[in-house]
Ligand binder design. Structure first.
Ligand code: NAP
Length: 244
């Protein structure tokens, strides 16, 4: 499949590497332009392009950039056909992204992103730590394979995103509509807790919309206080305890 990825950081470059390894044709873009990421693109098996080229002649577009950058993207999508699936990996952290009123008032992050870019998105890969994505994927059917939630309103786009999540080494669970995607945002039991398919559904159902932002802030404060001393497994354990 031809896929454009905008954002070549921890998540975008890892997705590029994994999807290219599965035989997908990947174009990779960042904000600084293709000259700044040719070496990285070559290393992961992708082609470095401009943002404008990343959205041309592709079947899917993956957005993996910080929240503040979405406002820059609206014009890019004007000429993109409606049947191209746009997948969003983002999470909102006010300490990093600044306070955004709509989000602080309860709009689901990916609904807000849809509004910014003027088209629907599917939310996927947001609820997995970069290190989990890079190192803990397994072939389909493996014991203990981690599952990731995929939310969105377009059934065809969601099915495509779920197929790509599987290709990156994770079971995919249909997590409902985009409006419901707050259930996989930071501070919820499904967010970066490395659950299997059997446990992910009940974690999504147990999410508490009022508590999620409070959990998110409490957890980030704990991470900052122990920055550098936490192992990956400590982080997962802290996420599980802090959202239970
Ligand atoms: N890190 C994680 O564990 C994790 C897990 C799940 C989801 N996420 C979410 O995924 C998103 C990406 O996270 P990340 O950790 O991969 O970030 P990152 O490592 O900081 O990379 C961000 C990438 O976005 C690009 N970018 C920024 N503004 C842009 C713009 N206006 N146009 C095009 N590209 C732009 C940057 O390119 P330049 O350097 O050229 O600006 C960079 O390649 C975030 O929303 C994050 O919350 C992160």
């Amino acid at each position: 499949m031809k896929i454009g990825i905008i954002g070549a950081g921890n998540i975008g470059a890892t997705l590029a590497r994994k999807l290219a390894a599965e035989g997908h044709d990947i174009k990779l873009a960042n904000s600084k332009g293709p000259d700044s990421l040719r070496d990285l693109a070559q290393e992961v098996g992708a082609t470095a392009v401009s943002r404008e080229d990343a959205v041309k002649d592709v079947e899917a577009i993956i957005l993996s950039i910080p929240f503040l950058s979405y406002q820059d993207l609206a014009a890019l999508f004007a000429g993109v056909p409606a049947d191209v699936t746009v997948i969003d990996t983002s999470n909102y952290y006010p300490f990093r992204d600044g306070a955004i009123d709509g989000l602080d008032n309860g709009t689901a992050e990916s609904v807000w992103i849809s509004d910014q870019i003027g088209r629907p998105v599917i939310k996927a890969w947001n609820a997995v730590l970069a290190a989990t994505l890079a190192e803990r994927g397994k072939p389909a059917g493996s014991e203990g394979r981690i599952a990731l939630p995929v939310a969105g309103d377009d059934a065809k786009g969601k099915a495509l995103a779920m197929q790509l999540v599987d290709a990156t080494g994770f079971d995919a669970l249909d997590a409902g509509s985009l409006a419901d995607s707050w259930r996989q945002q930071p501070g919820t039991p499904a967010y970066c807790t490395e659950l299997t398919l059997g446990d992910l559904g009940s974690a999504l159902a147990a999410a508490d919309k009022r508590r999620a932002p409070e959990n998110r802030e409490a957890l980030i404060t704990q991470f900052m206080a122990r920055y550098g001393e936490l192992t990956h497994d400590d982080t997962i354990a802290m996420n599980r305890t802090g959202t239970a």
